[in-house]
Design a protein around this ligand. Structure first.
Ligand code: ADP
Length: 450
C-alpha cells in the first residue's frame, strides 16, 4: 500500500513539476521571442540608416551569421542578399513584411522560410530611395538563448526530482503508519483518532467483523458444549436400561432366579429393551435433525392426515388409560418434511397421553390463520410447573424423572419437536397449569420455506 501511495504522490509531483516546466518554458520562449523581435526591429532601423548614408556597399561589408540582410527594389526584385544569390531569388513583393513596409514604412512577419527550412522573424523598412531593407533572424536563436539556461534548469529538475522522491517516500510512510498501528482485534479504539478519520468506514467494517467473529466463536463453543453434554447424557441414558437388562439376565443365568421370578424378570428385560429401542430411535432422529435435515426434500403434506396417523399409532396407549383423543379442524397443507412433521405431531400427542390422568382427554385441533397452519394439542393431564416450562425443550430434561421413565419417556421428545418446528420456520407456545393440563400450540407457515 505504501508503495502505491509513494508511486501516486511521486506521479502527481512529477506531473505538476513537468506541467510547470512546460508553462515556464512557454513564458521564457515568448519572452525571448519578444526580445529577438525588438532586437531585430532596432537592428533594421540602424542598418536602414547605414544603407541610406553609405549605400548598398555597406551591406557587402557585413559578415554576420545571426542576421540575414536583404535589399529589395520597389518592384520586388532582390538587389542583394547576405545569405543567397540574389539572381536566383524570386520576387519579394508578395511577402507580408514587404507589402507592409511599402504601405506603412515598416513591416514585420514571421514564417517558415523555403530556402532555410526553419522559422524566421522578418522586419522590413522602406528607405528614402523607395528600396526596402529587410533583416531576418532565425527562431533557433531563441532556442540558443533558452539553452543557455539549460544548466540551471537541469539542476532545478534534478533537485526537484530528488526532493519529490524523498518527500513522496516520507509522505507515504506517514500516511501508512497509523493504519499499520491498528490492532485488528480492537478497531473501536481508533474511531476517535483524527488521523484515521478517512478510514472510519473500514474501521466500522472491522468492528462489525470482530463482533461477528465473537458471535460465531460463542456459538461454536456453545454447540460444542451442548454436543459434549449430549454425548455424556446419551451414554448415561443408555447405560441405565443396559444395567437393568444385564442384571436380570445374570440372575437368570446364575440360577438365582426362582421359577416364579423368571416371567417378571423377562418382562423387565423386555420393557428395558423397548426403552432402549425408543432411546436409540429418538437419538437417531435428533442426530438426523442436527446434521442438516433441513436440506431434506420438502413436500406438500396434509397435517390433518398426519395427526390421524399419529392418533391411530397411539391408540393402544390411549385405550390403556381410557383417554379420549379427539381431532377437529380440516385439511391443512404445509410444504415441509413429512417424517419431521410426523415426529412433531407424534411426540406432542404421545406426551398428552403419557402425562394425562386415567379417563382424561386429549384434543387436537388444526386451523389456518394468516398463511399459517396452527396445530394445538390440549390435554387434561398433570400440567407443567411454571418454572419448568422454559426448560422442557432441553435434551433429556424431565420435570419428573420417575414419571417420565415409568411412562417410557426418553427426555428427547420435545427437543425433537422444537428442532423440527424451527427447521419449518415455525414457533411453539405452551400454556399449562399444574394439575389441570397443558396446551402445546405449533404455528408453521403454509409455505414453510426457510
Ligand atoms: P419425555 O420423553 O420425558 O416425555 P419430552 O422431551 O417429550 O421427554 O418432555 C420433557 C418433559 O416435559 C417431560 O419429561 C415432562 O415432564 C414434560 N412434559 C412434556 N409434555 C407434557 C405434557 N403434555 N404434560 C405435562 N408434562 C409434559
Amino acid at each position: 500500500m505504501s508503495k502505491k501511495i509513494f508511486k501516486s504522490i511521486l506521479f502527481v509531483a512529477l506531473c505538476v513539476f513537468f506541467a510547470s516546466l512546460i508553462f515556464i518554458f512557454g513564458i521564457i520562449y515568448t519572452y525571448f521571442s519578444d526580445i529577438c523581435k525588438s532586437n531585430l526591429r532596432a537592428q533594421t532601423s540602424l542598418a536602414a540608416c547605414a544603407v541610406e548614408t553609405n549605400g548598398i556597399e555597406f551591406l557587402y561589408k557585413i559578415k554576420d551569421d545571426n542576421y540575414r540582410f536583404t535589399l529589395i527594389d520597389s518592384d520586388g526584385s532582390v538587389l542583394y542578399d547576405t545569405s543567397a544569390d540574389n539572381k536566383e531569388m524570386e520576387n519579394h513583393l508578395e511577402r507580408e513584411e514587404i507589402r507592409e513596409a511599402i504601405a506603412e514604412g515598416i513591416g514585420e512577419s514571421s514564417r517558415y522560410s523555403k530556402t532555410l527550412y526553419d522559422k524566421q522573424f522578418y522586419c522590413a523598412k522602406k528607405l528614402d530611395d523607395g528600396t526596402i531593407l529587410r533583416l531576418s533572424v532565425s527562431q533557433t536563436s531563441v532556442w540558443v538563448l533558452i539553452l543557455s539556461f539549460a544548466q540551471p534548469i537541469a539542476m532545478v529538475v534534478a533537485i526537484a526530482l530528488i526532493l519529490s522522491f524523498i518527500l513522496a517516500k516520507k509522505l507515504s510512510l506517514i500516511i501508512v503508519k497509523p493504519i499499520n498501528e491498528i490492532k485488528p482485534d480492537s478497531p473501536e479504539e481508533y474511531k476517535s483518532n483524527e488521523e484515521l478519520k478517512e478510514i472510519v468506514p473500514l474501521l466500522d467494517k472491522m468492528i462489525e467483523q470482530q463482533e461477528q467473529i465473537k458471535r460465531d466463536k460463542a456459538e461454536i463453543e456453545k454447540s460444542a458444549m451442548i454436543r459434549q453434554e449430549f454425548t455424556a447424557n446419551v451414554s448415561h441414558e443408555l447405560k441405565t436400561p443396559l444395567h437393568v437388562i444385564s442384571g436380570y439376565a445374570e440372575l437368570i443365568e446364575n440360577g438365582m432366579a426362582e421359577e416364579k421370578d423368571i416371567k417378571p424378570f423377562a418382562g423387565k428385560i423386555r420393557t428395558e429393551s423397548a426403552r432402549l429401542g425408543l432411546l436409540v430411535e429418538d437419538i437417531i432422529n435428533l442426530t438426523a435433525l442436527d446434521s442438516g435435515s433441513e436440506d431434506s426434500p420438502r413436500e406438500n403434506t396434509d397435517l390433518y392426515r398426519i395427526v390421524e396417523n399419529a392418533i391411530d399409532s397411539l391408540s393402544t396407549e390411549s385405550e390403556k388409560k381410557n383417554i379420549t383423543v379427539s381431532l377437529s379442524g380440516s385439511q391443512a397443507v404445509v410444504n415441509g418434511i413429512p417424517s419431521v412433521l410426523y415426529s412433531i405431531v407424534y411426540n406432542l400427542c404421545d406426551n398428552a397421553i403419557k402425562y394425562n390422568d386415567a379417563n382424561g382427554s386429549v384434543k387436537v385441533d388444526i386451523s389456518k390463520s394468516e398463511g399459517n397452519v396452527i396445530l394445538s394439542v390440549t390435554d387434561t393431564g398433570i400440567g407443567i410447573p411454571d418454572e419448568d416450562i422454559d426448560r422442557i425443550f432441553e435434551r433429556f430434561y424431565r420435570v419428573n424423572k420417575s414419571r417420565s421413565k415409568e411412562a417410557g419417556g426418553t427426555g428427547l421428545g420435545l427437543s425433537i419437536v422444537k428442532h423440527g418446528v424451527l427447521i419449518h420456520n415455525g414457533k411453539i407456545d405452551v400454556k399449562s397449569e399444574k394439575g389441570k393440563g397443558s396446551e402445546f400450540i405449533i404455528t408453521i407457515p403454509e409455505s414453510a420455506v426457510l
